[in-house]
Ligand binder design. Sequence first.
Ligand code: MG
Length: 273
Amino acid sequence: MKMKIILPTILVAGLASFRALGFPEVTTNGVTGFQDTPMQPDGKWHVHDPARPQPPVVTPGHKFSEMAAPPSDAIVLFDGKDLSQWRDRDNGGPAPWKVEDGVAVSVKHDIVTTNQFGDVQLHLEYRDPDLTGRVGQDRGNSGVFLMGRFEIQVLDCYQSLTYADGTTGAIYGQHPPLVNACRPDGEWQTYDIIFNVPHFDANGKLVTPAYATVIFNGVVVQNHQAIRGDTNWRVPGNYSSTAMTGPLALQYHGNSVAFRNIWVRPIAVVNDP
Ligand code: MG
């Protein structure tokens, strides 16, 4: 008898708390995002603001760096055979992604490299699956995390809208890509990224931020863009650590995304005039 009363009470209470956890999405001009989030530091837009202007569409040229062979000094992170250069971000165990037909498919947990990196040139390729019925941030979402903390968004935004700072090629939640250069889902897309680590003084104060230059499908989408700190959902960037190296990471965001031909070159920064 008691259970008959308690169970519905628990169910109702659970449903109420679930709703309380939800954040109010706003749709503006067909773009769904948020406007209850903090303002970006420039004071113009909320984080994930659907009203922030969309990056103009650019149709990429043919191939660009697709299947680019790694230079002789590159560290090959995935050549189609195995994920021995990676581990499970959640538990440190073997990378739990599926390797088949020469590609690695995200199926569970983020994966991180076993090596730590600082300034790098990174090449990788990804392919979204058939995304019929999926919209916005649910269309083939993954991400490339530089130092494990700064996400370059992986998503299908081909003829699909989402908030500008979450578009493919965005420094997630901070800087939209300069243009939307997506190919349709099912096609291989290339990322060539040049990344510089942040620098801090002896007191841990930020001296120079991290920077990313991102070429997506042969098109510059981030041009030596300063990164405001660790990227996150619904919050502006904030540097959580003064570390100057970190692993590269690939995101599992509930979508199966295929990756191939991943290699990296540690690079020097020479700023002589
Ligand atoms: Mg992502």
